[in-house]
Design a binder for this molecule. Structure first.
Ligand code: HEC
Length: 285
């Protein structure tokens, strides 16, 4: 019995940040300070560029990729689809320059909305035939292209996710926070193990990015990505698709797109990056 208690106490220590009763504001302050201290000389906005923001050598690679941004044909398509499906009709300011406010807590339904979730709801409302148009949640495709276009129109605006003092919003936030710090999968690793405690270090051949700034540049455009085999759309990856690949990396079963779990994680992760400017779509290898 005694042994069990000790084990439980040790397990709890590992989860300490997730279980502490700090307010989101306190969490944000600590989270940001952690990275600014870990990467001296890197400015807050530079965290929007992931590994390219923290490593000078990799930065040159990034600048070379950005000479001819590979996402441009995709953004043109995104703009066309945005008009074709009348997406602007469903959003404030015609859907332009609003990405920074996502995800948001809807006090009426007590749920958190992601941008992709609201785009999908809009398409349904506008009577778009989702099957015929091959639009679905998940990795890439048209939904990611639409979201990337809307993110692009928000470039330069600071992330401004609001966690109202409503127990329902706080419960979702805490669920996301728990996901971030809790160990999972056969490798028994948390997001925080890689993207906090080992950020800036190598995991096999990969330099690991800091979690601070993660959501600013999503959907991202991954050059090596052949998700759909489509050269225009194929590279775009939503944040939750990225979450799924990272879950798989530690051999954990990924959650479904738009599951409560991923929405909560996105709510937490994006709030932690408040104050950093949107730069979607970010280019990655
Ligand atoms: C075993 C280590 C590991 C774990 C655990 C892990 N990741 Fe990753 N993650 C990586 C690597 C490696 C990459 C690709 C290099 C990079 O950009 O960090 C990556 C990339 C990402 C990116 C894209 C970064 C960018 O700049 O485009 C996001 C977002 C992300 N991870 C979130 C998460 C979240 C959330 C979790 C927990 C569910 C998680 N990761 C768990 C290793 C990990």
């Amino acid at each position: 019995m005694k042994k069990l208690v000790i084990t439980a106490a040790v397990a709890l220590m590992g989860l300490a940040p997730a279980l502490s009763s700090a307010t989101p504001q306190q969490d944000l302050k600590e989270f940001r300070e952690y990275y600014l201290k870990r990467f001296p000389g890197v400015k807050l906005q530079e965290f929007a560029d992931g590994i390219y923001g923290i490593d000078k050598g990799r930065r040159e690679e990034f600048e070379a990729m950005m000479e001819f941004p590979p996402y441009e044909p995709g953004l043109d398509l995104g703009k066309q689809l945005f008009a074709k499906y009348n997406v602007g009709k469903c959003f404030k300011n015609g859907g332009i320059g609003i990405r920074q406010n996502y995800p948001w807590f809807d006090a009426k339904s007590g749920t958190v909305h992601t941008l992709e979730g609201d785009i999908m709801a809009c398409l349904k409302k506008n009577g778009v035939d989702l099957n015929a148009e091959k639009i679905k949640f998940g990795a890439g495709g048209k939904l990611a292209v639409l979201s990337a276009y809307m993110g692009y129109t928000s470039r330069g605006k600071k992330l401004n996710v609001v966690i109202p003092n409503d127990p329902r919003a706080l419960a979702i936030y805490n669920r996301g926070k728990h996901h971030f710090y809790a160990k999972r999968g056969q490798l028994n690793m948390a997001c925080a193990d890689c993207h906090m405690y080992h950020s800036g270090q190598m995991a096999r051949a990969n330099l690991i990015s800091p979690a601070l700034g993660h959501p600013t540049h999503f959907p991202a455009y991954r050059k090596n990505n052949e998700l759909t085999g489509d050269p225009v759309m194929g590279g775009f990856v939503t944040l939750e698709a990225r979450y799924a690949s990272c879950n798989k990396q530690v051999r954990a079963k990924p959650f479904k797109p738009q599951s409560d779990e991923y929405i909560a994680l996105e709510y937490f992760e994006t709030y932690m990056s408040n104050g950093i400017k949107v730069n979607a779509p970010g280019v990655r290898e």
